[in-house]
Design a protein around this ligand. Structure first.
Ligand code: PBE
Length: 310
């Protein structure tokens, strides 16, 4: 059973690579002497993925953005976005790559998918997904007055993509909890952390409520800043919620702050909806990105290379 399945996968993968290789050269002429390779390769990809983008959770910012892309790009008009979960998407991606089959996913970085697989973002000439994203810290109005020490630390919190990735990687490689990986990062980066806490006195068990979106990037950042606040004497609660609720709870004051706002594209609509009702403490990380991603063996470069559904 398994053997058969594998050989089917292999055969399909093989014939597919031949098609792709045959279409690799821009100048190549077809049997009739015409330059017809463009059409051949792209019909294959789009048809083979059944005009479907493999997406993630319904509440994700990237899901909204992709729905916008499907509306905005004429060639995607009859495409479908398969909304499920991050785990289902990464499983489908892994399976496609194993068989060298085409797949179009909603991708983002930092995320291990780009380390584990050779992927590329499709160019986005209409700029639906934005260019580079920042991740911003938002605080509820009144936090500065109520918890000035926490406010100062949150305001200073800033790190790099490599830092975030190192926390995510340790969780994956060592199979430890984010809480532990965050502790390790804080210990190993005491100099950086000292800059965030410099001159800020300790507190005695004051409660602070941080909300985060349920993805590894945010588990990493929120656990790190949570650990720093804990070491400062705060009693820290971390609550994972959907992006909409993340913004809403900071706006209503149910949560004190979040370090999980992806801007300007990913969570832009939530930001605009609530922007009078929170304080934007600015970016805590720059260089994040979202978009449609495909394995590098797919010989297309742009969202516009995807073919309209027939
Ligand atoms: N993400 C990761 C989230 C934010 C962090 C890009 C999948 C999203 O809301 O789309």
């Amino acid at each position: 059973m398994e053997f058969n399945w594998k050989s089917i996968g292999l055969a399909a993968g093989l014939s597919f690579s031949i098609v792709a290789a045959g279409c690799g050269s821009e100048e190549k002429e077809d049997a009739n002497g015409g330059n017809n390779n463009e059409g051949t390769k792209e019909i294959n990809y789009s048809e083979e993925v059944e005009y479907t983008i493999t997406g993630i959770e319904p509440g994700a910012g990237i899901t909204q953005t992709t729905e916008k892309a499907v509306k905005q790009y004429e060639n995607l008009a009859d495409w479908e976005l398969n909304i499920s979960s991050t785990a289902a998407m990464t499983t489908a991606l892994g399976e496609a790559i194993e068989k060298e089959q085409p797949i179009v996913v909603t991708g983002w970085s930092p995320h291990w998918m780009f380390a584990k697989y050779d992927l590329k973002y499709l160019e986005d000439p209409q700029g639906v997904y934005g260019d580079v994203e920042i991740i911003s810290t938002l605080a509820r109005l009144g936090l500065k007055k109520d918890l000035p020490k926490a406010h100062t630390i949150l305001d200073r919190f800033h790190w790099k993509i490599e830092d975030m990735e190192s926390v995510m990687l340790e969780v994956q490689n060592e199979e430890i909890e984010f809480e532990q990986a965050a502790k390790n990062w804080v210990e190993a980066n005491a100099d950086t952390v000292a800059k965030w806490t410099e001159g800020v006195g300790k507190v005695d068990g004051k409660e602070i409520e941080l909300v985060l979106t349920p993805w590894d990037s945010e588990r990493a950042s929120t656990n790190v800043i949570g650990e720093v606040l804990r070491q400062q004497g705060f009693k820290v609660n971390l609550t994972p919620v959907d992006p909409a609720i993340t913004f809403q709870s900071v706006a209503t004051g149910d949560a004190d702050a979040t370090v999980a706002a992806w801007l300007p594209a990913t969570h832009g609509s939530f930001y605009d909806q609530y922007k009078e009702k929170f304080l934007d403490l600015g970016e805590n990380l720059k260089g994040a990105k979202i978009g449609l991603a495909v394995p590098k063996y797919m010989d297309i470069d742009s969202i516009e290379d995807l073919k309209p559904a027939e």
